[in-house]
Design a protein around this ligand. Sequence first.
Ligand code: FPP
Ligand code: MG
Length: 343
Amino acid sequence: MTTKQSTIGALTVSAPDISALLEPVKSELEIVEQWLNTNLVDDSPFIAELLGQVFQAGGKRIRPALCLLSAKATAPNPNELSRLQIILAVLTELIHTASLVHDDVLDSASVRRGQETVNRKWSDKLAVLIGDLLFAQASVCLARLMNPPVVGIYGQVLGDLCAGEIRQMRQQFATNIDWDAYIQKSIWKTASLFAAGTQSAPLLNACPMETSARLKEYGLNLGICFQIVDDLLDYTASSTTLGKPAGNDLAQGVVTAPALFILERKDKDSARLEELINSRAVGTPDGIGEALAIIRNGGGIEGTVDLARTYANKAKASLVGIQASICRDSLEALVDWLLTRTK
Ligand code: FPP
Ligand code: MG
């Protein structure tokens, strides 16, 4: 297995290459990709063009990969995966993509995955509708699963995604330190969907509750870790690598872990950072430059790396008790990959 070295903050870590980790579900991921490009609810050429804009931009497809690995790790016969597991992987990516299309409207974003966003290329109205259409496609898939507990889990996820965005909106430019609120927002925005996939796959395999509970816990911790790394990359990565503008969170008043580590110190630096945020100076080139320097020089990056590691370790610990297999190995190694991702 090939490995790569990455530098996050001040730390250098090595992790296996992602394509090697996804090898056990490679053929299933190809089927998922075909499904994503198949319109399930409307076949007009214009809608096909809109969906093409959204899906041809690609994406990491981490969520479907997690569903499929969780499915194979708990399947009675991993070589005969039920078609329902493919549908689960598809609907999970559909919900994720729909939420991003809506998120780009809320953020007035112009670029996503290196491509022009739907709201930018056409309009906000069309983007809202195409996001809704993707949610409709996900609902059709969900119905095909014929599994009420899984429908309930995904219904909760839709509510969580909205709750996360509302929490973020209400906390814009807020400088009070509330780590619990930060983690809860990360669960709502991101981890809830990760956990839904890793929990539902064993449920579809009719596994014991203990197995689905462990994998739910894995997805939840991995999802929190993923969001923390996302927040970190906003401070450390370039826009070209990310395929979306970097360094934008704080300028827009979204206070994430790197800034929270400084704000909680209650010293000269935290007072200055608080002033820059409260006065909205972070929205200006000089103000954001000063704020980023305070955060970077004050250990905000290193603190965030450590926090991400804490949740990475929890994710790995959740896998204890899951039967040994190459898919379980991939789930474990994905945790390290996630810590080293650069986009
Ligand atoms: C990206 O966050 C956005 C999300 C993870 C979720 C967005 C969810 C909604 C807009 C609600 C969806 C609506 C329904 C009906 C379920 P980000 O802005 O931090 O990341 P980014 O930098 O990639 O934009
Ligand atoms: Mg956004």
